[in-house]
Write a protein that binds this ligand. Structure first.
Ligand code: 13P
Length: 289
């Protein structure tokens, strides 16, 4: 019986081994199957990210949790898989804990730091008792995700230390990263800020959000400075869209049984598999399961 695991061990190993575990966000059954099959083939650990919006779209966190667990069983997945709430509210965190998620992100970055600390502390205790991993965030990530728009501020290293000291498993800190596509004039990641955060937070595995479109050299440098988890969402959506568009533009949906969703969605499915392979290879986690 395949079981979901906390992200704690995989992240500590990644930090020590100087690679990063991918968090790939899932949006439906095809997405989930594509990611699970790929990580099993590559023998890589993975974190399946579910935003509150994606959870709602997939008929609620309980549906997602049941689907992922059953799929792991049916596909005989043996690599470590964590099912993780992405950018959760306090209420969303509680709902995912009840639904059987193995990892939670509480994003209190938009609260004043004292309130972020108070709410994160409450969840540290609950997650500890249940053996779940917990991600906290300091300094909002730029761009737009599920209607939440952040300006991409850089985190304050002292605030990062205060939150890391609460006993969270991993810490997301803004270092100029943005969700979605990066604009042409994006100045790049703030490695000076990342270094200052690392100096204050010590062994805490750091999380880089907005993995879409960050050049490989910046990814490598971020990993060398303590990043142990990198989140990717938009890039899979873009390749899925591109492959599906091509299938329809080539008129393949009009040929034979090309209208069958199992055929229509297959190019997008294969495109996600290729993208996840590329990302996990860049992050260095192939064979680390
Ligand atoms: P992208 O959509 O930019 O890849 O970011 C994903 C993310 O950070 C999820 O939390």
């Amino acid at each position: 019986m395949s079981r979901l695991v906390s992200a704690k061990d995989m992240l500590n190993k990644a930090r020590d081994g100087k690679y990063a575990v991918a968090q790939i966000n899932i949006n439906n059954l095809e997405w989930t199957k594509a990611v699970l099959q790929t990580v099993q083939e590559l023998k890589a650990p993975v974190i399946l990210g579910v935003s509150e919006g994606a959870g709602k779209y997939m008929c609620g966190f309980k549906t997602v949790s049941a689907m992922v667990s059953a799929m792991m069983d049916s596909l005989d997945i043996t690599v470590p898989v964590a099912l993780h709430l992405d950018h959760g509210s306090f209420e969303g965190a509680k709902a995912c804990i009840n639904a059987g998620f193995s990892s939670i992100m509480f994003d209190g970055s938009h609260y004043p730091i004292a309130e972020n600390i108070a709410k994160t502390t409450a969840l540290v205790n609950t997650c500890d008792v249940l053996g779940l991993s917990l991600e906290a965030e300091v300094g909002s990530i730029g761009g737009e995700e599920d209607g939440v728009v952040g300006m991409g501020e850089c985190a304050d290293p002292d605030e990062c230390k205060a939150v890391a000291d609460l006993g969270v498993t991993m810490l997301a800190a803004g270092i100029g990263n943005i969700h979605g596509k990066y604009p042409e004039n994006w100045p790049g990641l703030r490695f000076d800020v990342l270094e200052a955060i690392k100096a204050k937070t010590g062994d805490m595995p750091l999380v880089l959000h907005g993995g879409t479109g960050i050049p490989d050299e910046m990814i490598q440098k971020a990993i060398s400075l303590g990043v142990a988890k990198i989140n990717v969402n938009t890039e899979c959506q873009l390749v899925f869209q591109e492959a599906t568009r091509k299938y329809i533009e080539e008129g393949k949906d009009l040929q034979g049984k090309g209208f069958d969703p199992r055929k229509l969605l297959n190019p997008g499915f294969e495109a996600i598999k290729a993208k996840v392979t590329e990302k996990i290879t860049t992050f260095g986690s192939v064979g680390k399961a």
